[in-house]
Write a protein that binds this ligand. Structure first.
Ligand SMILES: *Cc1c(COP(=O)(O)O)cnc(C)c1O
Length: 386
């Protein structure tokens, strides 16, 4: 079965993991810091904390940004559910903003309208989580302007876009957002099994993150003083065990070295999809803004199912028989039963996102996808219109 994405693990990756397994520290050792340093260098961030997964990264982001029950936090309905769930973890209220039909990321015009509507009702929006969906950067310049104008915090859920560039800059994420989160799940650009990171240029936020990821435990500030009982540790804030292990970080260090190679291959695949599918009636290939380089975590093809004889359900069934596991990224979050039930969202609330969802399928795209497999997928896609 050809899936939409999977990891590529090399012998040297395994050797690096084994080295750590044979060392004294499986967790809370020095490989953690080495991985954080590599991530800081790669993504141009002053501070980085690695954690157990991308969802933990989002959770801690909301906590250190001080989200509280009276706060409204806005994000895109076209993301993985964790992006919105983290808002609820902090007790704040999630709401959504429709997407731009070209980049499929949060639309700054709709965003500003929404902020104004809340303000005129006497409520204030505390933060926005932009999602660089599929690997296409959001319109971060506009988002930063809006954040400055209305005094909002800006988070980049960057899980899809490691290796993307914005105005030619691969280190764009922490330049615009106050906090950036990443995931190293096996379907993402490179992997640690489970894993994630939080990047920021704000030292105070990073200090808090590092405490909260390990139960909220600190050593007393005056522990250098004589007479202090050396075993003392203190908990001032409620934290979690969101640590990642050293052997996972060893895998991460080794995998990160291959990120550029992984991205180059994804772009090669996407270029072949583009040229093969762009002229097919009722197909809409993903577009890339002139100021962005896409990282192609996903290749979302839109098929205008209203115009053709086959339904999306039947297409999925047929492709499964062909040995191709298609996917859809994503069911709009506001239409998940939990969000409908607890927040009253309904069909029609975010029509551009919903229309995109109705048309979208994610095609296989990953480093080990062979030319023959790619050809096979394309040949099968070409039969749809007939
Ligand atoms: C994968 C992903 C997450 C969650 O990351 P995990 O490591 O699986 O917890 C959050 N947001 C987006 C956009 C993702 O793609």
């Amino acid at each position: 079965m050809i899936s939409y994405g999977k990891q590529s693990i090399f012998d040297e990756d395994i050797e690096e993991v084994v080295k750590v397994l044979k060392s004294d520290f499986l967790t809370q050792g020095s490989t953690i810091t080495l991985f954080e340093n590599d991530l800081k260098n790669k993504f141009g961030s002053n501070y980085c904390s690695v954690v157990s997964n991308g969802t933990a990264a989002l959770h801690l982001s909301g906590l250190v940004l001080g989200w509280r029950p009276e706060d409204i936090i806005l994000t895109s309905p076209i993301s993985f559910i964790a992006t919105a769930n983290c808002i609820i973890y902090s007790g704040a209220t999630p709401d959504f903003v429709d997407i731009d039909p070209i980049s499929y990321t949060i639309d700054p015009n709709h965003l500003e309208d929404k902020i104004k509507t809340y303000r005129s009702g006497g409520k204030s929006v505390k933060a926005v989580i932009g999602v660089d969906y599929a690997g296409h950067p959001c319109d971060w310049k506009s988002l930063r302007e809006i954040a400055n104008k209305y005094d909002l915090q800006l988070v980049n859920d960057n899980c899809h876009a490691l290796g993307a560039a914005y105005y030619g800059d691969k280190k764009y994420a922490t330049k615009y957002a106050d906090i950036v989160t990443q995931s190293f799940h096996p379907v993402k650009h490179f992997t640690t099994g489970e894993g994630g990171s939080i990047m920021t240029n704000n030292e105070e936020l990073d200090d808090k993150i590092k405490i909260l990821r390990t139960h909220g435990i600190t050593k007393p500030k005056d522990n250098k003083k004589e007479n202090i009982q050396p075993w003392i540790y203190e908990m001032h804030n409620l934290g979690f065990n969101y640590r990642i292990t050293d052997f996972q970080c060893a895998l991460g260090i080794s995998q990160l070295k291959k990120l550029d190679k992984f991205i180059a291959k994804r772009r090669e695949i996407s270029a072949i999809y583009d040229s093969s599918l762009k002229d097919i009636e009722n197909f809409i290939i993903p577009k890339v803004d002139v100021n962005s380089s896409h990282a192609f975590h996903l290749y979302p093809l839109q098929i205008l199912f209203n115009e053709i004889s086959i339904s999306k359900t039947d297409l999925f069934k047929n492709f499964k028989d062909y040995g191709i596991a298609l996917q859809v990224h994503y069911i709009p979050i506001h239409l998940q039963p939990f969000y409908v039930k607890n927040y009253g969202f309904s069909v029609g609330d975010f029509p551009i996102a919903e229309n995109f969802y109705n048309n979208a399928i994610s095609l296989p795209i990953f480093y080990d996808l062979s030319r023959e497999e790619l050809r096979y997928v394309i040949d099968k896609l070409k039969t749809i219109n007939k």
